[in-house]
Design a protein around this ligand. Structure first.
Ligand code: ADP
Length: 292
């Protein structure tokens, strides 16, 4: 009995040691990344991944060395949006290397671990986080100025547990759509960020109105503007509104960054303004001597 207990204790001790060692490696591997920002949403389908990808491209065009961690483990869509479907992570002596995409954006996605594009991802049960921690601790990102982390949709346990695996993040961006905008969604996002001990960089209202490509008139399909009002009420920064543009959908499917393909569109301009606001947040943080 006593020896059984002591061997169980030994197993627990060993597991603890492995986790600590992985966390240490994760810290070292991610230590060369200037800024890390998590992108969250209240639910799926609001454009979190499309916004993440286009923001990443905009930062890369502005001269940043950018990485994307597609941590949406059940529905990874970043590779497709960047034309990287079917690519695989390469393994070398120091660890696992991200796939290098357009504008040298380094991408890690669960999609790169699947046998083919249509295979469902089976990340279930208690081993899920352990497997993810191990994977992340082996990724060799190299030197990056910015990493955007596309978390699974929602503000529940799963995105939170994944975010908790990642050391020293700068803040959280919430992507929402006008019909979803509610105090509840924003409150949940605030709680999410608070649990992580991170600031909310701001709210992005995506699919906010539709601009007629023929006449330029703006039609508020889902009553745009609610995000700004609620952000104000909740005293959270508002980053901007991105209109509906069917070309975002088409470009995502073609694996071409919309912000490059249609750089003069109102949606691209809105994205560029959002990038400036995020840059301001990051610069202020650096000037305050915030930890990098
Ligand atoms: P999420 O990551 O929140 O689940 P996605 O980024 O996959 O959502 O977006 C869902 C779909 O909506 C995708 O086909 C995407 O290209 C499209 N989409 C996102 N934002 C817009 C927009 N502003 N206008 C038109 N389509 C959009």
């Amino acid at each position: 009995m006593v020896s059984k207990m002591s061997s169980e204790l030994e197993v627990l001790e060993e597991r603890k040691r492995i986790v600590e060692e992985q966390e240490e490696r994760l810290k070292i591997k991610m230590g060369k990344i200037g800024h890390k920002i998590a992108v969250i949403s209240g639910k799926g389908g609001v454009g979190k991944s499309a916004v993440t990808v286009n923001l990443a491209v905009a930062f890369a065009v502005n001269g940043y060395r950018v990485g994307i961690l597609d941590a949406d483990i059940h529905g990874p869509s970043v590779p497709k949006m960047l034309g990287l479907s079917g690519r695989r992570l390469e393994v070398g002596p120091p660890g696992i290397f991200p796939v290098v995409g357009p504008f040298k954006i380094r991408v890690v996605s669960m999609d790169f671990l699947l046998p083919d594009e249509n295979a469902p991802i089976i990340w279930r049960g208690p081993l899920k986080m352990a497997a993810l921690r191990q994977l992340l601790s082996d990724i060799v990102w190299g030197e990056l100025d910015l990493m955007l982390i596309d978390l699974p949709p929602g503000t529940g346990d799963e995105p939170l547990s994944i975010a908790q695996l990642l050391p020293e993040m700068d803040g959280v961006i919430i992507v929402t759509i006008p019909s979803e905008v509610s105090q509840i969604v924003v409150k949940k996002a605030v709680n999410f960020a608070r649990t992580l001990g991170l600031p909310i960089i701001g709210v992005i209202e995506n699919m906010s109105g539709f601009i007629c490509p023929n006449c330029g008139a703006k039609i508020d399909i889902f009553q745009s503007g609610g995000g700004e009002k609620i952000a104000k009420e909740m005293e959270i920064p508002f980053l901007g509104k991105i209109p509906i543009d069917q070309r975002i959908c088409e470009d995502s499917d073609r694996g071409k960054p919309f912000i490059i393909e249609h750089r003069d569109s109102p949606a691209s301009k809105a994205l560029m303004e959002i990038v400036q606001k995020i840059e301001r947040f990051l610069n202020q943080k650096e000037n305050k001597g915030g930890e990098k």
